[in-house]
Ligand binder design. Structure first.
Ligand code: SF4
Length: 200
């Protein structure tokens, strides 16, 4: 068992088991919030988990510590070895159920990992509030902007249908998130689409 195999999880309440999840930072130490770039720090689900489950914050701190020192090559090798014994075929690596990029170096590292994993048929995806970073060279990593468009953009709103209609009228490509990731996959396309999710 390698170091990374103890630091990845598979699926959660919203994502199916063929998605491996790894966090660059805990929610309570999120770089986006520290920089004032998160629009909904008080509604963060990842923070809720860290409040409710005492093991969540130390686990995510261990992920962060590993992330900041690992090379992309080692991460990708350990990842491929870690998923080899899984009964479920892993199709996706999802970064950052909590946290965000710390810096441009994290974008470059995630892109290098995505490039290696793409060669073995795995899509690497994440959400970010860090539209201050440069994604021009991130050709393999799929990046959904939170309240901004990068490869696509994800917006939590009160009335998703009304926002889609408004965006379409303004000439954007837009759709409502059906909240069914195993059947949808809209977030994994770099089509500059605005995706609206109903906020409760
Ligand atoms: S748009 Fe589709 S893939 Fe993205 S979060 Fe919603 S259901 Fe999941």
């Amino acid at each position: 068992m390698n170091e990374l195999s103890k630091l990845i999880r598979f699926g959660n309440r919203k994502m199916p088991k063929n998605v491996a999840i790894f966090n660059m930072a805990p929610a309570f130490e999120c770089p986006s919030e520290r920089l004032g770039m998160c629009k909904i720090p008080d509604k963060c689900y990842a923070k809720k988990a860290e409040r409710l489950y005492p093991e969540a914050l130390p686990f995510r701190r261990r992920q962060q510590e590993y992330w900041l020192r690992v090379s992309p090559e080692r991460f990708a090798c350990e990842f491929i070895a870690a998923i080899a014994s899984k009964k479920t075929k892993i199709d996706f690596l999802r970064f950052n159920e909590s946290g965000d990029f710390h810096s441009q170096a994290c974008v470059d590292k995630a892109e290098a990992i995505a490039k290696i994993l793409k060669s073995v048929g795995i899509v690497t995806h994440l959400f970010t509030c860090r539209d201050d970073l440069d994604f021009d060279n991130a050709k393999n990593l799929i990046v959904s902007g939170s309240n901004c468009i990068i490869d696509n953009g994800f917006y939590a709103v009160k009335d998703a249908e009304a926002h889609v209609a408004q965006a379409l009228r303004a000439g954007y490509s837009a759709a409502v998130c059906p909240k069914n990731c195993s059947k949808c996959g809209m977030c994994h396309r770099a089509d500059k689409k605005m995706i609206f999710v109903e906020m409760h």
